[in-house]
Design a protein around this ligand. Sequence first.
Ligand code: FEO
Ligand code: CA
Ligand code: CA
Ligand code: CA
Length: 622
Amino acid sequence: PTPTPVPRPTLGFTAVPAGSGSSIVVPSGYAYQVLAPWGSPLFAHSPAWKGDASESGADQALQVGDNHDGMHFFPMHDAAGQEKSDEGLLVVNHEYCNYEYLFKPEAGQSYPNAWTLDKVRKAQHAHGVSVIHVKRIGGQWQVQIGSAYNRRITGNTPMTLSGPAAGHALVKTAGDPSGTSVLGTLNNCGNGWTLWGTYLTCEENFNSYFGTTAGTDSRTEPMKRYGLSARGTGYRWEELDQRFDYVKEPNESNRFGWIVEIDPWDATSTPKKRTALGRFKHENCAMTLAKDGRVVVYMGDDQANDYVYKFVSDAAYDAGNPAANRNLLDSGRLFVARFTAGAVTGDMMGDGEWILLDKATNATLATNAAFPDQATVLIHARLAADAVGATKMDRPEWVTVHPTTGEVYLTLTNNSGRTVTDEANPRAENRYGQIIRWREAGGDAAGTRFEWDLFVLAGNPVAYPDRTDLRSGSANINAENTFNSPDGLAFSPNGLLWIETDGSNANTDRYQGQGNNQMLVADPASKEIRRFLVGPDGCEITGITFTPDMRTVFINVQHPGEVSGPNAPKPPAGQSLDEYLLAQPTAFSKWPEGAPGIAGAGGRPRSATVAIWKEDGGVVGI
Ligand code: FEO
Ligand code: CA
Ligand code: CA
Ligand code: CA
């Protein structure tokens, strides 16, 4: 759809101060509600949210999944064919699950010791995607429970492996000798959407679901490069579901790490894993068109020192023939980025090139025995990118394309382990992250050269007042808007840049003055950045989509109250973490309990979507 033409917008809200606490803060004049938290019923026969984690695996498959991440609003159309801004399909990724909240506490155990296949299934069903028919009635968004559009896609939903790697020896398993039929999608992080009205869900840290009970480390080099662990996984699926044991099913993990295309309008459709886009830890993706109408998809691989990619389709998009576009993502070329310093070193700008990852034409890959064919290049894309000398980035997260200029923006969230710097990743021990942007040669998204600059070097001038210290951030960072770890990133259709963070909420020392994870809005022309929202304790802010009229913005609050990692509370001896947390109502955030749109007690923290609008009904952000 063509964006509504509007004058170049400027930021029009009062900045929200940084802070900690158990609720959401939005600018004055804005209101919000919580929508579709984890465990919400979707179908007429769905069990209601119980609040004590007593739902079974089958129950979870009928409820909204956990850890909401990327999402997109697909508007319904009215009788005149116009897009509606009060009704549509909200398609939401569910990235992972927190066992301390997913399962009912069991005495003396951090995780339930009576490990059963039903618990494995419950965890698998908390992953994937929800298609949720939503409607705004009387000023409040509501889930249309029982709508024929509603759907749960989980870690066990049948899907098709399509494109050049489908049927290859490396994706065949005992369970699927054809190498074309996969069960499920996992670690659904960011997302994209297509010009033809489908949803793209991106599989990120798929490696964490694979382990072995064999007691031996028989990992191949590619398995190690993709981060599979020889030890048991935290998820423990390999104990009871043998396809997750990489000794028993060495190729199963090759069937994850893809971008999956879903038709949200047909709840019976089979999702397709599009192998032409390469296999890595996909964060999100952003689609645009080349000058000749071919489809271009930008993608990041979220790992310290991994890469930025783009796909260019072989065939052109045909707006007049939607059916012809259905398999555009099955055939094309995959490129990886090299960022160079340009004419001047140290000015945080430069140029770069897109290196084609093609077995037939790339001299390095053509002679490399590790890549016998192009399917292997795609399945082991990280290793191919290593071989051609792509630039090792500070954890590429979300990418977004400016709606009118085509300029591409990408978050590099942080890389505390960086030792060797370069122009695009200019700080060792990078705790704060940066946003890089580039302009393709000739303004053509299919170009093979580009110019880039850093839009912002996030930093903390409160902790580092000396502005010559790169840790204080670039000139558009100040004591009021300081933040760390940009992650979610999206342009609204009117060209404002929305930045979401997933970093430290410690609010002390090097993070002092930054508060909880948050969302900020930037003007790409002036480079001004202003804080729009602060999330509840323990969460990250992620996922972002707008109604066509830009009067509602939907975001996701992921893992509120998360207590894993270094900040995890230490329960007294003899008490499990679960028991401890549930006995200490103030020990952790139970957001969204008591928040607008949530009736009654929630029992435990729940990831959820949040709809935000201006009380005067205006366009958000301006
Ligand atoms: Fe799932 Fe890189 O965030
Ligand atoms: Ca330079
Ligand atoms: Ca992310
Ligand atoms: Ca995250």
